[in-house]
Ligand binder design. Structure first.
Ligand code: GLU
Length: 484
């Protein structure tokens, strides 16, 4: 239920001015979890009134990343809905009408100051140690002068006449936050080109779309008094707010794209082969504390315990190694069908061509060596080609004569093995080793290298079974002959 007793309705409101940031993905996920847990609706609103910086390509990219994350929306530009359109650039008439209503009530006024003059006055205020707020010059212009100048077509913006009092917010994460009187100056609602500012469009839309809870990054906290004032001036009841702490670089600054820091774009992690489940779990637990020691939570598990009261107040440092660990854990424990679905974009052509059952078996065979899906091509290679390329560390393993002799003996033994099975291969390797006085590393490593060109990989009987008898025998023979 919302604070007003109505339905729970949240929104994710990206500005399509770039790619989806991991922080944005976490905000979207928190909104989604909150709404789904409370039987509410999630609205996707595109905040594209900054025409110079917004682009259709960016919107497309953000929507694709959200779809990849598996976050679905009940209303939005693709879904439609009763409160549309869901792109702010298509709602300009509404902002104008609301601005006119505020103007008619003297809650807003036209401002004729131009940018250069405003900047100069800001500098003077700054130098004098005063806050850099608008100095209110046009607030008290006589009504007839104002109207005459507007009628004469003089360029002007529309400013909000900020009520002179303090504002208190009961934030669902941060607790009580007070904004003293004077913390904001009269701010612009509509620019001289008729486009709304972020705060105005946001407050109008949160009210029009009947948003009950605004869950967003803490960096928006300074905007909240503006939106509270506007909400009141527009005659609405403000939503509840939850400002979630930032995701940080190692030096505790806001996580941003920087040399030596982890990737910030969801798309970069996706292309590197992180699965959406891993990214979401990792991001959720960067701010949310489940109250126990669990380090990975599925969506279903989070839906059972997610609560804004359990979101911490301080920012968390993004640790790419921890994300890789979460990803590896999920990959190591997934079955073949799931791996095949995740791996779709990462499979080399040879793997795609395999019958589904063989592919799934192969993926289960190599999953223990994967940290990222991008590792797949390398891990699968020995199973897809006639002769695998040897990795540098493997080259010297077959140099000693006993290693080559072992390969020759084993080729013969496997060729005549009565029943080709993992069990059979396992005991054949052992008995051949015993016969030649080889065990442990001296036994297994040459066989592994001969079969796969690698020093690490799945268990040998599994490797043999995945390769099939003919390829095993021919690779062992080649190794025995010193031509791997
Ligand atoms: N468009 C804003 C952003 O991308 C959203 C702010 C909000 O959630 O109110 O940061």
């Amino acid at each position: 239920m919302s604070p007003a007793g109505g339905a729970t309705r949240v929104r994710f409101a990206p500005s399509p001015t770039g790619w989806l940031h991991v922080g944005g993905a976490r905000t979207a996920y928190f909104n989604w979890l909150f709404a789904r847990r409370h039987g509410g609706a999630v609205v996707l609103r595109i905040e594209d009134t900054d025409v110079e910086r917004s682009s259709a390509a960016s919107e497309q990219g953000v929507l694709d990343d959200l779809a990849w994350l598996g976050l679905d929306f009940d209303e939005g530009p693709r879904e439609g809905g009763p409160h549309g359109p869901y792109r702010q650039s298509e709602r300009l008439g509404l902002y104008r009408a609301k601005a006119e209503a505020l103007l008619a009530r003297d809650a807003a006024y036209p401002c004729f100051c131009d940018d250069a003059d405003l900047e100069r006055r800001r500098q003077i205020a700054h130098a004098a140690g005063r806050p850099p707020h608008y100095d209110g010059r046009c607030r008290d212009l006589p009504r007839d002068e104002r109207e005459a100048r507007v009628r004469a077509g003089e360029a002007h913006s529309l400013r909000f006449a900020v009520p002179r009092r303090e504002w208190t917010l009961q934030d669902l994460v941060r607790g009580e936050v007070t904004f003293p009187e004077g913390v904001v100056g009269d701010f612009v609602l509509l620019r001289s080109n008729g486009l709304p500012t972020y705060n105005f469009a946001c407050a109008v839309d949160d009210a029009a779309m009947e948003i009950s809870h605004v869950i967003r990054a803490e960096e928006h906290l300074p905007n909240t008094p503006r939106q509270l004032m506007l909400c009141e001036a527009l005659g609405g009841r403000p939503p509840a707010y939850a400002h979630v702490p930032l995701i940080l670089n190692r030096d505790r600054t806001k996580m941003s794209k920087r040399e030596g820091e982890a990737a910030v774009a969801v798309g970069d992690w996706r292309r590197a082969g992180v699965v959406a489940e891993a990214l979401l779990s990792y991001l959720a637990l960067l701010g949310f504390h489940p109250g126990d020691e669990r380090e990975i939570l599925t969506r279903a598990e989070l839906l059972e315990c997610f609560a804004l009261e359990r979101v911490g107040r301080s920012g968390s440092i993004f640790d790419p190694d921890k994300l890789r660990w979460v990803n590896a854990h999920l990959l190591h424990h997934a079955d073949g069908a799931r791996l095949a679905a995740w791996a779709e974009e990462f499979l080399p052509a040879g793997a795609r061509a395999l019958p589904r059952a063989d592919l799934e078996r192969l993926l289960e065979g190599v999953r223990g060596n994967l940290a990222m899906l991008a590792d797949l091509a390398g891990e699968l290679e020995p199973f897809l080609v006639e002769r695998p390329a040897f990795e540098p560390a493997a080259v010297a393993v077959l140099d000693p004569a006993p290693a080559r002799a072992l390969c020759g003996e084993l080729a013969a033994a496997l060729e005549s093995l009565a029943e080709w099975s993992e069990e059979g291969v396992k005991s054949t390797i052992r008995s051949t080793g015993a016969q030649l006085g080889l065990k442990g590393r001296d036994l297994f490593q040459p066989v592994r290298v001969a079969l796969t060109g690698r020093v690490h990989g799945p268990e040998l009987p599994l490797v043999a079974s995945l390769l099939g008898r003919a390829r095993c025998v021919s690779r062992l023979r080649a190794a025995a002959a010193g031509r791997p």
